[in-house]
Design a protein around this ligand. Structure first.
Ligand SMILES: O=C(O)COP(=O)(O)O
Ligand SMILES: [Mg+2]
Length: 222
C-alpha cells in the first residue's frame, strides 16, 4: 500500500485569503457595507464557504442570506486565482514527496468546484489522486468522514496516510479518522490549534517529517 499525504488547501497549499477577501468585499459593497482587512478574513476561514459568508454578514450586523451565498460562491469561483498562489516551496515539496513514493490528495472545506479550478489553474492538480471538497460528501471536516472519503477516493487507508493542515478542523478530523497529522505554521490557524501535532515551519520540512512519521517500510513499501 503506497503512502498517501492528504493536504488541506486554504492556508496549507495556497494562500487564498486575498481572493476570498476581495470577493467578500465585492459582496459587501453590493450591499452598501464596508469590506474587511486580511486579519479579519483569515479568522473567518476554515469552516467552508457558508460559514465564511455567514460570519462576514454577522460582522456587519446582517442575518444570513442564501442569495448572498449563491452570488459569493459564483463570484469567488470565477476569481479564485486572481491573486491566490501556492505558498513558496509547496510545488517543490509535493514533487519531493511524490519522488519518495507518496501519493497526494487534497481534503478541503472549500467547495470542490472552486478547489478544482484553483488547483488546475495553479498547476497543482496533476499531482493529485483525489480532491475531496466541502460539498463532496454529506459531511466535512472536522467530521472524519470527509478525510476517510477522500482517502478512499485516492485508493488509500488510514494506516498508510498522514494529514497535513493549518486548522483545528484538520487536526480533529485526522484524529477522529485515525490518521497522524502535521500542523503547518505558515497558514491561518494559530499554533495552539496544533493540539500536540508535529509542526512544520516551512514546506521544505515536509518530506523528511512525513517520512519520519510513516516510514515506507511500515506502510508496506513505496
Ligand atoms: O473553505 C474553508 O473555509 C477552508 O478551506 P480548507 O479546508 O482548505 O482550509
Ligand atoms: Mg486550511
Amino acid at each position: 500500500m503506497r503512502r498517501i499525504a492528504l493536504f488541506d488547501l486554504d492556508g496549507t497549499l495556497v494562500d487564498s485569503v486575498p481572493d476570498l477577501n476581495a470577493a467578500l468585499d465585492r459582496l459587501m459593497a453590493a450591499r452598501g457595507l464596508p469590506g474587511f482587512d486580511r486579519a479579519a478574513v483569515t479568522g473567518m476561514v476554515g469552516d467552508g464557504v457558508r460559514a465564511l459568508v455567514e460570519r462576514a454578514l454577522a460582522a456587519r450586523g446582517q442575518p444570513f442570506d442564501p442569495a448572498a451565498l449563491v452570488s459569493f460562491t459564483a463570484d469567488y469561483t470565477a476569481h479564485a486565482t486572481d491573486a491566490t498562489r501556492p505558498f513558496p516551496g509547496i510545488p517543490e515539496a509535493l514533487d519531493a514527496l511524490a519522488a519518495r513514493g507518496w501519493r497526494l490528495a487534497v481534503c478541503t472545506n472549500k467547495p470542490v468546484a472552486a478547489a478544482r479550478v484553483l488547483l488546475e489553474t495553479l498547476g497543482l492538480s496533476a499531482r493529485l489522486d483525489a480532491i475531496g471538497g466541502g460539498d463532496s460528501f454529506p459531511v466535512r471536516k472536522p467530521d472524519p468522514g470527509h478525510v476517510l472519503g477522500t482517502l478512499a477516493a485516492a485508493g488509500g487507508v488510514p494506516e498508510a496516510a498522514v494529514m497535513v493542515g493549518d486548522h483545528h478542523n484538520d487536526v480533529a478530523a485526522a484524529a477522529a479518522a485515525g490518521l497522524p497529522c502535521v500542523f503547518v505554521t505558515w497558514g491561518y490557524g494559530p499554533p495552539a490549534m496544533a493540539d500536540g501535532c508535529p509542526l512544520a515551519h516551512a514546506p521544505a520540512e515536509l518530506p523528511d517529517l512525513l517520512d519520519s512519521m510513516l516510514p515506507a517500510r511500515v506502510a508496506g513499501g513505496g
